[in-house]
Design a protein around this ligand. Structure first.
Ligand SMILES: Nc1ncnc2c1ncn2[C@@H]1O[C@H](COP(=O)(O)OP(=O)(O)OP(=O)(O)O)[C@@H](O)[C@H]1O
Ligand SMILES: O=C(O)[C@H](O)COP(=O)(O)O
Length: 403
């Protein structure tokens, strides 16, 4: 993989450089609640701008349906980049249309433009190679060089991640180089005991990694939305909790293999439940009830791990030498459901393990809950991406940079 340092050494002054970032940040309306992913790509943007490149930053945000949707505009992210750089940043109100073409044409050496959400275009995420390719052609017209630095999206075979680098000279940015360096160490040389904590909401995306982790980890702790598919697989009722029904046989297989291999699977023993999802805007008191994990009422939803589970998980992490954590333990955005995530973060800090926290929401949770991000070994900007890397899968966005 060629890195941005080689590009800088060759000289980029006057060249239009397309930076594929992951600016998929959590938003409360138009307010960014955690700008970690924006700060993570700044070293690349700054270095290019300082070298006189005309920088075109592009990203997805959320999962709009292939058409413009103001709720997913990148405008707040563009503004934040400008604030952090201390310069004016142009914002194009489309991705490859008139506004983008004009914004890029108006760039002078060292200036930065941000184009609108890549996923406002159906071609970005299309499964059809030709449709994706056609969109990649339009993106390619905006630039002379491609720098891949959206680590959080490298597991997506999307036009800007996979097809565009094939059309332009391409390099890996600083963030991708750092992320890959740390995760490589984890796959090749994890000190034992190696504990993995999995939670979050993108359950179907993330269950598959367990198959691989059964070969690598000594302990697997399950929380967040993922826990309920495991509890159901053990024969417990989970009420209206998040459930991946079609994965139950696979999960039963994981539990069986773990027992055979001596890998310890740790599941919640108690959970916080409620009849309704909390209001994340008003943060009105949710008054959850604590119930045993095998006694979730039919009309209730599990939204955080309970106090006994918090203690149990802390004890299972205390003597670990390596911990990889992906996915919050509960709906941490609401204070009544943040204790499980806080307890795991604290346990990581209390242990002397090398700790890697992976995932946009997990990293945001750590910072929003007031922990010092520098106290962790590494905070990865990629959730699904870091898990698929650990699985040993070929990631389209990395493969494209290697070719
Ligand atoms: N029990 C639960 N029920 C529903 N949602 C939950 C539950 N526990 C956690 N969540 C939600 O999971 C979300 C984060 O999950 P996600 O899988 O996206 O994490 P991530 O890996 O850190 O992020 P990403 O994959 O986007 O980088 C949070 O918004 C949180 O509210
Ligand atoms: O949040 C993430 O994990 C990345 O930004 C990728 O987003 P996606 O899961 O919507 O592709």
């Amino acid at each position: 993989m060629k890195t941005i340092d080689e590009l800088l050494a060759d000289g980029v002054a006057g060249k239009r450089v397309f930076v594929r970032a992951d600016l998929n940040v959590p938003l409360d309306g138009t307010t960014i609640t955690d700008d970690g992913r924006i700060r993570a790509v700044l070293p690349t943007v700054k270095a290019l701008a300082a070298a006189g490149a005309r920088v075109v930053v592009a990203s997805h945000l959320g999962r709009p349906k292939g058409a413009p949707d103001p709720a997913f505009s990148l405008a707040p992210a563009a503004q934040r980049i400008g604030e952090l750089l201390g310069t004016d940043v142009r914002f194009a109100t489309d991705t490859v249309g008139e506004s983008a073409t004009a914004a890029v044409a108006a760039l002078t050496d060292g200036q930065v433009a941000v184009v609108e959400n890549l996923r406002f275009n159906a071609g970005e995420t299309s499964k059809d190679d030709a449709e994706r390719g056609a969109f990649a052609d339009q993106l390619a017209a905006l630039a002379d060089v491609y720098v891949g630095d959206g680590f959080g999206a490298v597991h997506r075979k999307h036009a800007s991640v996979f097809d565009l680098p094939a059309r332009l000279p391409h390099y890996a940015g600083y963030l991708i180089a750092t992320e890959v360096g740390v995760l490589k160490k984890l796959t090749e040389d994890a000190k034992r005991p190696y504990a993995v904590v999995l939670g979050g909401a993108k359950v179907s995306d993330k269950l598959g990694v367990i198959d691989h982790l059964l070969e690598k980890a000594d302990r697997i702790l399950i929380g967040g939305g993922m826990a309920y598919t495991f509890l159901k697989a053990q024969g417990h009722e989970v009420g209206i909790s998040l459930l991946q029904e079609d994965q139950i046989p696979a999960v039963q297989g994981y539990l069986k293999r773990a027992a055979e291999r001596g890998v310890e699977f740790v599941l919640p023993v108690d959970v916080l439940v409620s009849g309704e999802f909390p209001d994340l805007k008003t943060k009105a008191p949710a008054n959850p009830t604590t119930v045993a994990a095998d006694a979730i009422p039919a009309d209730q939803e599990g939204l955080d791990i309970g106090p006994e589970t918090r203690k149990l998980y802390a004890s299972k992490l205390a003597d670990a030498a390596t911990v990889f954590w992906n996915g919050p333990m509960g709906v941490f955005e609401h204070p009544d459901y943040a204790e499980g995530t806080k307890a795991v973060a604290q346990a990581l800090l209390d242990s002397s393990a090398f700790t890697v926290v992976g995932g946009g929401d997990s990293a945001a949770a750590v910072r929003i809950l007031g922990f010092d991000e520098n106290a962790f070994g590494h905070i990865s900007t990629g959730g699904g991406a870091s898990l698929e890397y650990l699985e040993g899968k070929t990631l389209p966005g990395l493969a494209a940079l290697e070719n």
